[in-house]
Ligand binder design. Structure first.
Ligand code: PMP
Ligand code: GLN
Length: 383
């Protein structure tokens, strides 16, 4: 393995899912739903496949019908207007979108400011691009992990090329507020920064939180690369359909890289996702409500089991602090948990440069059936 990637071993998600399979434990580690997305959308994929739609290479930017559906979704939800021909790119999941955006926009030695804890592919993709990651740590405050805007401003230097944001935020469940996004937009304009914003959990916000796309803030439309994913919104993580929306020059840059990573992907699934994006608002609301109910089951179960719970405002993850259980090393805790309790979780330390800072935090996914969450909570309470 080359030097750029030497520090990255096997991703924690593969390691922990393998542990779940080996021990038969309930897998609340890797974030994938245990119920597939809508039947009618699965049928749409089958229809596409049978009709010979997408069985051969689809167009490089994605099929026109899907690009149009992505643009219409952005318009309908956020009032953001994108030209499907020049401002939308279909990718092999959000993962490829992240990697291609960073490879396209970062020069070796450029600094990339990212919120810490960060989704694990960010660090690896920055490294592949030869960039230097500069973490800005979200810190617990009044039951949530919050961004310190002064720390963010201080992290930007003359070498900063872009900000890599994620809202709703994996793993903390933090949703950036209008005030925070306004300040981020002002900073980006003032320092002439690009922003890559990972908004794959855009439909999963709870209570009075609201998902606000950064691209809608003043001065951001031209400098923002927004990333979405059908894996999250429609519960088809195996289909690997993601997308980028951005100004034409930025989409061109990302596509220039994407064509040599995968060229194209997910042919028949692109047809199905085009239909999924056009589902009525009631689908998205029902999906959100079902995850909200699961959040509450898991959050209450974890509280009853003695964890300190950071009740997430978004995503389908809940971060906990294990210190009230007399534990302090999330890694050791997660490695022992399948044997101890029959449950798998993710140590947040892997999402930190400063592993010590993340040591006491452990993430549980709640994109599982309610009875599975209740069973897991019961096991943790009895452990
Ligand atoms: N970004 C975040 C924040 C995620 O949580 C995930 C998936 N867990 C991804 C990107 C990757 O999405 P995809 O499966 O579409 O590649
Ligand atoms: N995004 C998922 C998570 O955070 C995992 C995706 C993956 O395994 N690469 O759990």
């Amino acid at each position: 393995l080359n030097r750029r990637l030497a520090e990255f071993g096997t991703t924690i998600f593969a390691e922990m899912s393998a542990l779940a399979v080996a021990t038969g434990a309930i897998n609340l580690g890797q974030g994938f739903p245990d119920t597939d997305g809508p039947e009618e959308i699965r049928e749409a994929a089958v229809r596409a496949l049978r009709a010979g739609h997408g069985n051969q290479y689809p167009p490089g930017p994605g099929i026109p019908r899907l690009r149009t559906a992505i643009a219409e979704h952005q318009l309908r939800r956020y009032g953001l207007s994108f030209d499907p021909d020049t401002e939308v790119l279909v990718t092999a999941g959000a993962t490829e979108a992240i990697a291609a955006a960073l490879l396209a926009l970062v020069e070796p030695g450029d600094e990339v400011v990212a919120l810490e804890p960060y989704y694990d592919s960010y660090a690896a993709s920055i490294a592949l691009a030869g960039g230097r990651r500069v973490p800005v740590t979200l810190r617990p405050h009044d039951g949530a992990f919050r961004l310190d805007l002064d720390e963010l401003r201080a992290a930007v230097t003359d070498r900063t090329r872009l900000l890599l944001l994620n809202t709703p935020h994996n793993p903390t469940g933090t949703v950036l507020t209008r005030a925070e996004l306004t300040a981020i937009a002002e900073l980006a304009v003032e320092r002439d920064l690009l922003v890559v914003t990972d908004e794959v959990y855009e439909h999963l916000v709870f209570d009075d939180a609201e998902h606000l796309p950064l691209a809608a803030f003043p001065g951001m439309r031209e400098r923002t690369v927004t990333i979405g994913s059908a894996g999250k919104t429609f519960s088809f993580t195996g289909w690997k359909v993601g997308w980028v929306t951005a100004a034409p020059a930025l989409v061109d840059a990302v596509r220039a890289v994407k064509q040599f990573l995968t060229y194209v992907s997910s042919g028949p699934f692109q047809y199905a996702v085009a239909e999924a994006l056009a589902l009525p608002d009631s689908y998205f609301e029902e999906f959100r409500r079902s995850m909200l109910a699961r959040r509450d089951i898991l959050a209450e179960g974890l509280t009853a089991a003695g964890f300190e719970v950071f009740r997430p405002a978004g995503t389908y993850f809940v971060t906990t602090d294990i210190r009230p259980l007399g534990e302090k090393d999330g890694f050791a805790f997660c490695r022992a948990l399948p044997e101890r309790a029959g449950v798998v979780a993710i140590p947040n330390a892997v999402f930190y440069d400063d592993r010590q800072a993340g040591a006491p935090f452990v993430r549980f996914a709640f994109c599982k059936r309610e009875e599975v969450l209740r069973e897991a909570a019961g096991r943790l309470r009895r452990m």
